[in-house]
Design a protein around this ligand. Sequence first.
Ligand code: DQA
Length: 139
Amino acid sequence: MKIIIINGPNLNLLGKREPEIYGAHSFDDYFESLQHMYSTIDFSYFQSNIEGEIIDKLHEVGFNYDGIILNAAAYTHTSVGIGDAVKGIETPVVEVHISNVHAREEFRHQSFIAANAKGVIVGFGLKSYELAVQSFLEL
Ligand code: DQA
C-alpha cells in the first residue's frame, strides 16, 4: 500500500513552532517512527510552504497512490485551489490537523478540503497521522 503524507506551510517548523500547540517533536523524527510502526506500508513524505507545489504534488500522486494524508495547515482555511485539486483526483484524501482547529479561532473552523475528503481527523497531536493511516488500513 502506497501512502503519502503531504504537509503544508510552517509544518517544517514542528518541534520549534508554538510547541504548546503543536508539540516538541520534529516531523522528520515522527515520520521515522511511523515508518517503523507500519513497516508494510510504502510511505512518502512531502512538505511545502507553497500552495502551487502542494497542488502539483496532489496531481502527481492523485491517480497512482492508495492514500493521501493531507495537513494543508493554514491553506486548509483559504485555498479553493487545493480544495479543487482534492476534488479532481482519484486517490482518497484524509484531512488531518494536529491541533483541534474547532477549539481555536473561528477562521480555523472552515475547511476548503473537508467536503471532498474521505474523512477528517483533528486534535490528536501527531497521533492524528497514525489514526489516518489506520483509517486506510481498516476501510
Ligand atoms: C494545523 C491547524 C491550522 O489551522 C494551522 O494553520 C496549522 C496547523 C494543525 O495541524 O493543527 O498550521 O493544520
